[in-house]
Design a protein around this ligand. Structure first.
Ligand SMILES: [Zn+2]
Length: 331
């Protein structure tokens, strides 16, 4: 435990103590749990897994009540921001959210459907940090920010480097603070069609966590143990009630042949992985964690089939959520 965490822990304990006092005052028969206040605000800016270039993976996350957001992946920004502004999620216009509310980007991998919005909006953006695994940042710098694919908005590579974005590597290991926010992140590598690498980000705000899993195949098909390692790390947080939401992909319906999954999950494979997480967390613990299904690939019929297959296979009784572009979620 770091020193920086101690004050948060103390205030948490104080709040727990007060919650206990309140419980003592409640009449008999009152519910034994104090409803916890939300820890995170999330605004999905894009939710689909391809084809529809106006609605590709991008999720704003901030501590509840804060406007200091990080953007997890950045497939579509502008359409999502416009929709959120139209829905009165923000009291300022889309440009202000882009420039000043988004403090940093965390990119799970550099596939175009996860970075197109960032690239296209870069000319209008303010200077900030892009976080990602070294392999992801190398692709951004060398293959996009190179004056051939796009101007070099990065801080290295083909001269002149405009330096709008500081590309800051995240390496698996201890959590690190995200600049300009009060959030911290721990990064886990994933296998997204071996040997291509993707990432999961475990965000922390005070004593609460939100896990965002980038594109990934199932361990068994990827011949990998990376999801298993992630579940081992996150299981205790699920058990302790500290994981407030899990964002994870389901790209294809079960009918998709395994050799055509390209490092993605189906409902059956997601359930297999969630069962592994459930094992690490302990009996019943996963039922308290909203599972936010991301990256369903169009057409709409495929997206509907995925939701249907997940509902049928949900023997654990988990809460599945389907995010909508521009509509705020709280966890
Ligand atoms: Zn991908």
């Amino acid at each position: 435990m770091s020193l920086a965490r101690t004050p948060a822990l103390v205030s948490y304990r104080l709040r727990r103590a007060f919650a206990g006092l309140w419980l003592g005052l409640l009449p008999l028969g009152a519910p034994a749990q104090v409803p916890s206040r939300p820890a995170f605000d999330v605004v999905p800016l894009g939710v689909r897994g391809g084809l529809d270039e106006s609605n590709l993976s991008a999720y704003l996350v901030a501590p509840a009540g804060s406007t200091a957001y990080v953007c997890l992946d950045a497939g579509s920004l502008r359409t999502g921001l416009d929709k959120a502004v139209a829905d009165k999620v923000f009291a300022v216009d889309a440009g202000v959210v882009l420039k000043t509310y988004i403090k940093a980007y965390l990119i799970s991998h550099a596939h175009l459907d996860h970075v197109a919005g960032l690239l296209l909006n870069a000319p209008d953006d303010n200077a900030k940090t892009i976080y990602g695994l070294p392999s992801c940042l190398a692709t951004l710098q060398n293959d996009y920010f190179n004056w051939r694919a796009w101007p070099n908005f990065g801080n290295a590579g083909a001269p002149p480097a405009l330096g709008k974005y500081r590309l800051q590597p995240l390496t698996p290991g201890p959590e690190v603070a995200l600049l300009e926010t009060t959030l911290r992140v721990r990064t886990f590598p994933l296998s997204h069609a071996r040997p291509y690498e993707s990432a999961a980000f475990l965000l922390r705000s005070q004593n609460s966590y939100l896990l965002y899993v980038g594109d990934t195949g199932a361990d068994e098909l990827e011949q990998s143990h990376q999801l298993q390692a992630l579940w081992q790390a996150v299981g205790p947080l699920v058990r302790a009630g500290q994981l407030k939401a899990l964002f994870i992909e389901t790209s294809y319906a079960n009918e998709q042949p395994e050799k055509l999954l390209f490092g993605h999950l189906t409902p059956a494979r997601l359930m297999q992985e969630l069962a592994a997480l459930g094992q690490a967390a302990g009996p019943g613990a996963l039922r308290a964690v909203p599972i936010v299904i991301t990256h369903r690939k169009p057409p709409a019929s495929n997206e509907a089939t995925i939701a249907q297959q997940l509902a049928v296979a949900n023997a654990l009784g988990m809460r599945m959520l389907y995010p909508v572009q521009g509509q705020r979620l709280q966890f």
